[in-house]
Design a protein around this ligand. Structure first.
Ligand code: GLY
Length: 329
């Protein structure tokens, strides 16, 4: 397999077409074949909150459950943790003090569902799954998403915790909108799963950037940006500054790079490098990508140091620091 530098050089030569030389295709196929039985089931997810989410997902996967169930139920535990201040209940509010949640889910057959700017509901990922399974649509937003959730048995919950109010009031003293790189050290949870049958799925859920403008929606509920799954190839998800991820259609690009022969690691590195190329000012612009191919090979990369991800397989349960492209000064 060519080095990452070789890959990036080659993909730069093929800009626009996503073409890479056959040698990469051939190697990729060989790798896929070799590893096909060895690496499933597997679950990976963003940040250290991924450890406990993975445990739930793993229990499902190891008992022969589906990648989709694992991806939904795994991230729910983080959504329901009031001490986690970037996902679900307890999430930091927008600058007006309103908590709004974004989430999406996707399976190996390209079925997908999403909710954006959803208020008062603790588990947006499960509403997203209902959108996928019960409606002809992919995404519901705002009041319509809330109405749909209530009609489908979800209960209204106060998502704004005392700690979030205390921090928000502190923030209001300066009212300065500045995402802090890695300081919150958790952001979105994105999860990618591969079950014993070889099916892929993914989920992504967040309360978005703290103190965002009311109405702002990031990458997390957008299929192709915060999450993308192609059952024939692989899956990818993103964390960090959503605007930067949307600008390059991050997760779909990473899956397309894998389709063209890149390993998950090469694809994630290239995704990060595209973000770096597109932004003159990288101040506080942290983005991390995770990728999982159909054979169970994993990749992870971020703009700056500090992004880690959790992995759970039959012989491994750990938090791993992702590779990064830039040193924070
Ligand atoms: N990645 C989460 C967001 O930007 O909302």
């Amino acid at each position: 397999m060519g080095s990452r530098r070789d890959f990036i050089k080659l993909s730069a030569m093929a800009t626009g077409s996503l073409m890479v030389p056959n040698i990469l295709h051939a190697n990729h196929r060989a790798l896929t074949k070799t590893n096909n039985l060895a690496k499933k089931p597997i679950v990976i997810s963003t940040w250290n909150h991924g450890l406990k989410a993975n445990k739930v997902a793993w229990d499902i996967l190891k008992n022969g459950g589906s990648a989709l169930d694992a991806a939904e139920l795994g991230v729910r535990i983080v959504e329901s943790d009031p001490n986690n201040m970037s996902v679900g209940i307890g999430g930091r509010p927008d600058r007006d003090g309103t908590v709004s949640l974004d989430a999406c889910i996707m399976d190996h057959q390209s079925n997908c569902g999403a909710v954006a700017y959803l208020q008062h509901i603790e588990n947006p990922i499960s509403v997203a799954r209902k959108v996928m399974e019960k409606t002809p649509h992919v995404m519901l937003a705002g009041d319509g998403a809330l109405q749909f959730a209530l009609e489908n048995g979800f209960k209204k919950t106060n998502l704004l915790t005392k700690e979030a109010v205390r921090e928000w009031k502190e923030w209001l003293k300066q009212s300065e909108y500045k995402p802090k790189i890695n300081v919150e050290n958790h952001d979105t949870i994105g999860m990618l799963t591969l079950d014993a049958e070889g099916n892929l799925a993914g989920s992504c859920t967040t309360s978005g950037m703290a103190y965002k403008l009311p109405g702002r929606v990031g990458d997390s509920p957008i299929i192709g940006a915060g999450l993308f799954v192609d059952g024939d190839v692989g899956a990818a998800c993103a964390t960090g500054v959503g605007e930067a991820v949307i600008r390059i259609a991050g997760s779909s690009i990473i899956v397309e790079l894998m389709r063209s022969g890149a390993t998950p690691q090469e694809a994630c590195d290239e995704g990060v490098n595209r973000i770096i190329k597109k932004h003159k000012n990288l101040n506080n612009l942290q983005v991390g990508f995770l990728a999982l191919d159909k054979a169970g090979n994993v990749g992870a990369s971020s703009v700056f140091a500090g992004f880690d991800y959790a992995i759970h397989t039959s012989n491994k349960e750990e938090l791993i620091e992702a590779t990064f492209q830039k040193q924070w000064e």
